[in-house]
Design a protein around this ligand. Structure first.
Ligand SMILES: Nc1ncnc2c1ncn2[C@@H]1O[C@H](COP(=O)(O)OP(=O)(O)O)[C@@H](O)[C@H]1O
Ligand SMILES: [Mg+2]
Length: 291
């Protein structure tokens, strides 16, 4: 599990300190596909760059498989991949060559046969096999995004972070990439966090995280999102956010999340025996870790 516990980023602005992220707490499990949404400038890129270790949180902590990434060691090599909003590839190389070079550069100790197998696997995973011999310069927008993903999938990462990989695509290509990302999560037990401006295919996501001016204001399933915000359609969420201040939304969200957590705790635990001692230590804060 990936857990963010009160993650904040404070910078020195022109008129004093400014929080780019304000005590963001969230849990994401392997095999889940999440959308990260919110108005422009709300901190989406900041959030995933922080998870990727490209930005350093000034408060709070990030845990992966129960390990505090700052104190107990970072992600291991290849465990995490990050696809930035604008990725670059060599225009004159073919798709196959691009992936081939990336395999050589990024994965040490493979034999030629293993490198070939790795190359073919990521081409297959990203649907690029039929375009393997094409030069990058003739690829469509959607094919370029597939290539950007392929280059990051070489290490078979357990976490894949994507920043607006569907922006600027036509709706059909966008749908295809979102479906591809869902498969990359579900078929490989991989956690995929995808920053997006669009919830066109909300049903493909296991969850949606909503950020508003650096605050987390919702975390849950797409159908819960519409209920929670009292809106008819997902697209209404940004307008709805404008009805209250970010801090108000964040406060309401924290209260709601705490209530849901308390209710779930009651359902999940069936005590066979009463606790050994009254007032036994409260373990509700401990991280429950999966294998
Ligand atoms: N290094 C930085 N220094 C100062 N402000 C920054 C920095 N990076 C981002 N910001 C500001 O932080 C806010 C969040 O940015 P960002 O995470 O890129 O938003 P989003 O991806 O949601 O559009 C914006 O107001 C942006 O101007
Ligand atoms: Mg951004």
């Amino acid at each position: 599990m990936l857990e963010l516990r009160d993650v904040s980023i404070q910078i020195e602005g022109d008129d004093g300190p400014r929080l780019l992220l304000d005590a963001v707490s969230a849990r994401f499990r392997p095999g889940e596909f999440w959308a990260v949404i919110g108005p422009s400038g709300c901190g989406k890129s900041t959030l995933i760059k922080t998870v990727a270790g490209l930005l350093e949180n000034t408060a709070g902590a990030i845990f992966w498989r129960g390990r505090d990434l700052d104190k107990e060691g970072d992600f291991s090599v290849g465990e995490l991949a990050y696809v930035p909003q604008f990725s670059i590839a060599h225009e004159s190389l073919t798709v196959d060559e691009s992936v081939g070079y990336a395999v050589r550069l990024r994965v040490a100790g493979l034999s030629a046969t293993e490198r070939k197998a790795r190359r073919e696997k990521v081409l297959r995973e990203t649907g690029l096999t039929p375009f393997a011999d094409r030069p990058v310069r003739v690829l469509s927008g959607g094919q370029r995004r597939r290539l950007a993903l392929a280059l990051e999938l070489i290490s078979d990462p357990a976490i894949l972070l994507c920043d607006e990989v569907t922006s600027g695509l036509d709706p059909r290509s966008e749908d295809e990439i979102v479906a591809l990302l869902a498969g990359l999560a579900h078929d490989a037990n991989r956690l995929v966090l995808s920053v997006t401006h669009s919830l066109r295919q909300a049903e493909l996501y296991d969850g949606v995280a909503v950020l508003f001016q650096g605050r987390l204001v919702f975390l849950g399933k797409g159908n819960e999102l519409t209920d929670y915000f009292g809106i008819a359609h997902h697209e209404g969420v940004f307008n709805r956010l404008a009805d209250y201040e970010p801090e108000q939304w964040a406060t309401v969200w924290r209260r709601y999340a705490a209530e849901v957590a308390a209710a779930l705790e009651g359902i999940g635990e069936v005590r066979e025996e009463p606790p050994a001692e009254a007032g036994a230590e409260d373990k509700s804060d401990e991280t429950k870790e999966e294998a």
